[in-house]
Design a protein around this ligand. Structure first.
Ligand code: CP
Ligand code: NVA
Length: 310
């Protein structure tokens, strides 16, 4: 087991493949222990600031429960509490680190969470930015392990917007050796520098992951082991919702599209889902869908992370 004490989780790309495997191993062990009502390692007396500048259901609840499970005290803060009243990031963090042992932040710009990490003497966790959602991809890799085995050599096809989830799947693929194809409509591709970053990680570690982007979602899904999608309009893009629904027409994950994947393929979605838009009821409610396992695994992955960094 690698020593992850004090480490930040900002993009997922800061982990080595070995460290990523250790986090997932820890999550598997703690999940089993929790189901048998065994207590996980206690971080008694430690506290966490959970700061949400955007809405959240899963992330907020799973982090709060993970903290309580570990014997920690979580404090949830919103936009009226932190980074408000024109207080600088520096001053906000210098105050918070006098009280808490870890800072978890959901915000808009990736530069915000990176600035927090720059000032913080305690570990910082990215709980979603416009660019990355590493906690979700940790949970998703755990879910893939449970349903399909080692992600190395499997093929994931992501269909939809080239957003924070698409970006982070590329990194998760690069580190785990899972092939990832991102299929988006023209104009909604993942940013080229993020694809380059992920490809450089795969090459650096020699994981063999093939990482690709395309606008041909039907070809991309052929034979896939994992089919995944996400909302077409992320938090912060609400005003673009109608225009995006029009632009993404035909990119719904429906039964006809799922039929092109491997017959044993699983369907994934980080949720919240917009049924009838990026996915049909038929697919999200099918036996292939593992979306609620993903949601549960947020708790196990994040608890493992907290127990390793603290
Ligand atoms: N998947 C996810 O991060 O959900 P929330 O936005 O509800 O936290
Ligand atoms: N891409 C989505 C993910 C929600 C968990 C968003 O950023 O809103």
């Amino acid at each position: 087991m690698q020593n992850l004490q004090g480490r930040d989780l900002l993009t997922l790309g800061e982990l080595t493949p070995g460290e990523l495997k250790d986090v997932l191993d820890r999550a598997v062990a703690q999940k089993q222990a929790r189901k048998m009502s065994q207590k996980p390692p206690v971080q008694s007396g430690k506290a966490a600031a959970l700061i949400f500048m955007k809405p959240s259901l899963r992330t907020r609840v799973s982090f709060e429960i993970a903290c309580v499970d570990l014997g920690m005290h979580p404090v949830v803060l919103g936009p009226n509490d932190a980074f408000s009243r024109e207080e600088t990031v520096h001053d906000t963090i210098k105050v918070l680190e006098r009280y808490v042992d870890v800072i978890v932040l959901r915000t808009f710009a990736q530069s915000h969470v990176e600035e927090v990490a720059l000032h913080a003497s305690v570990p910082v966790v990215n709980a979603l930015t416009d660019d990355y959602h590493p906690c979700q991809v940790l949970a998703d890799l755990l879910t893939i392990r449970e349903h399909k085995g080692d992600p190395a050599g499997l093929t994931m096809t992501y269909i939809g917007d080239g957003n924070n989830m698409a970006n982070t799947y590329l990194i998760g693929g690069a580190l785990s050796g899972m092939n990832v194809t991102i299929a988006t409509p023209a104009g909604f591709e993942t940013r080229p520098e993020i694809v380059t970053y992920a490809k450089e990680l795969a090459a650096h570690y020699g994981t063999g992951a093939k990482l690709e982007v395309t606008t041909d979602h039907r070809a991309a899904v052929a034979g896939a082991d994992i089919v995944v999608t996400d909302t077409w309009a992320s938090m912060g893009q609400e005003a673009e919702h109608a225009a995006r629904v029009a632009a993404f027409a035909g990119y719904s994950v429906d039964a006809a599209l799922m039929a092109l994947a491997d017959p044993a393929a699983i369907f994934m979605h980080c949720l919240p889902a917009h049924r009838g838009e990026e996915v049909t009821n038929e697919v999200i409610d099918s036996a292939q869908s593992v979306v609620f396992d993903e949601a549960e695994n947020r708790l196990h992955a994040q608890r493992a992370w907290l127990s390793l960094v603290l």
